[in-house]
Design a protein around this ligand. Structure first.
Ligand code: SDX
Length: 435
């Protein structure tokens, strides 16, 4: 009998079954069985067969992927095998996006062509401004982004045509580029500011800062240290394997909906405070705490389960999120330009106490990517509602890398989980007089 198998005995029938175990790159955390192999386990022939019940997919692999690898116990994150620490130090966001989307680092010609392609797609249809004008002044910019991304599918007659790799690449290039323009326009509208159009002569991060902060009556030159910091933040946020929003992207894409609608759906998932909306929730929390002296009381409220420690904990990382470490270091570089954001002192005190307190240690709760990022964004002059938007911009490359992989995966079909039904057995309609 092969060692790479399970022998299952169904005690209801005494029958035994052998189910093969397969592996991905690593045996350590890639061993799996096909859930469909459980269907053969029945009592009666007419039974549906055994399912795996796994609410929130705590232990379910929905796909095979070669895009991103996380080792939650060791705090490892790699994009296509490259450690996030090396990419953050040596790469740029667009080069990292190319790596995620194509599987390899680009040559200098490939990178130059990719950068030119992205720069060429920066403009958005003028009538998008009419959409934006429909939003109330001060509307949450992430809600605006989700809406406009969905609307983008109506601007391209070929939006629903994914019949060739070339067309898929066109959709990908449009979205990677335009998500930044739409994001900046959302910010400008919500603050009553005139739109600043994309400048194809600028790099991705520099162009985004220019669209955010330039004004018609001044000459805005983003500080190179802030440009570099934003590049690093974009690299760190670009992908994270099968997180909630990436799974949503795959799920929507699996019905062959267009990638613009799928990206809008993924952004909707990211908006949640348990996911990408946490960076906004962290700032709200820090502002509510207000002073380092109030940290112990807040920690006690967390332990009484009255509140969450926003930006802490992770479904996969049971060690320090490697991105949080890099972001924490980046904060100091940003503060040299912007001045120190005093909220970081509260954040560091929260981390210091939490990492010594058994409530957090026993639950393996560590700072995640969202714990320090908002502090940087605030120091850059951005309001809290923009922080999930800053997350969505680079994550669009990761969502599209996951979408592209799913579209090219012969094993993938429309996503349609089963359920364990716990409702009524059949019953007859009751007329109003008899209720
Ligand atoms: C992101 O999946 C990804 O990769 C996501 C992401 C990405 O790049 O795509 O990394 C980005 O979304 C990061 C996470 C951002 N969210 C937050 O910071 C919100 C605060 N964190 C928690 O809500 C929570 O930690 C989650 C949602 C992140 C993870 O939740 P899980 O895996 O479902 O864990 P859980 O809720 O079952 O918690 C286990 C225990 C529980 O205590 P017990 O009931 O077992 O006693 O830990 C406690 C929880 O109450 N707990 C927390 C806590 N997080 C977990 N208690 C206080 N504060 C927290 N933040």
């Amino acid at each position: 009998m092969s060692k790479d198998s399970l022998t299952i005995t169904d005690n209801r029938t005494g029958k035994t079954y052998e189910v093969p175990i397969t592996y991905g790159t690593y045996e350590r955390d890639g061993a799996s069985i096909r859930s469909a192999d459980l269907r053969q386990i029945k009592v009666q022939d007419e039974d549906f067969g055994l399912m795996g019940y796994d609410p929130a997919y705590l232990n379910t692999a929905s796909c095979k992927s070669s895009v991103t690898y996380i080792d939650g116990d060791k705090g490892i994150l790699r994009y296509r095998g490259y450690p996030i620490e090396q990419l953050a130090e040596k790469s740029t966001y667009l080069e990292t996006a190319y790596l995620l989307l194509n599987g390899e680092l680009p040559s200098s010609n490939e990178l130059e062509g990719w950068e030119q392609t992205i720069a060429s797609h920066g403009m958005i249809h003028e009538s998008i401004r009419n959409f934006l004008d429909g939003f109330r002044w001060g509307s949450h910019t992430m809600g605006m982004l989700v809406s406009v991304l969905g609307a983008k599918s109506t601007f391209y007659p070929d939006a629903r045509n994914m019949s060739s790799q070339e067309l898929m690449e066109l959709h990908i290039s449009r979205l990677v580029s335009k998500v930044a323009t739409v994001a900046a326009f959302c910010y400008r509208h919500s603050r009553g500011l005139p739109y600043i159009y994309p400048d194809a002569s600028l790099g991705f991060a520099e162009n985004f800062l220019n669209m955010l902060f330039n004004t018609p009556n001044t000459k805005y030159e983003p500080n190179p240290a802030l440009v570099k910091a934003l590049e690093v933040l974009f690299i760190l946020h670009a992908d994270h394997e099968q997180n909630c929003s990436a799974s949503t992207m795959r799920g929507i894409g699996s019905s062959l909906a267009d990638p613009y609608s799928a990206t809008a759906g993924a952004a909707g998932a990211l908006y949640g405070p348990l996911h990408g909306g946490a960076n906004e929730a962290v700032l709200v929390m820090l502002q509510e705490i207000g002073d380092v002296k109030n940290v112990p009381e807040y920690i006690e409220r967390v332990k009484r389960r009255e509140v969450l420690l926003q930006g802490f904990g992770h479904r996969v990382y049971k060690n320090y999120d490697p991105r949080a470490s890099i972001i924490k270091e980046t904060a100091d570089e940003v503060f040299e330009v912007t001045g120190r954001n005093p909220l970081i002192d509260i954040a560091k005190e929260l981390e210091r106490i939490a990492l010594e307190d058994d409530f957090f240690v026993s639950r393996k709760l560590y700072p995640n990517v969202d714990f320090y990022s908002g502090i940087i964004y605030q120091a850059m002059g951005l309001p809290v509602d923009m922080y999930p938007v800053l997350f969505a911009i680079p994550r669009t490359a990761g969502w599209l890398a996951q979408w592209k992989e799913m579209m090219n995966d012969d094993e993938q079909k429309i996503a349609r989980p089963r359920q364990v039904y716990t409702g009524y057995d059949t019953r007859d309609y009751v007329t109003m007089g008899d209720r």
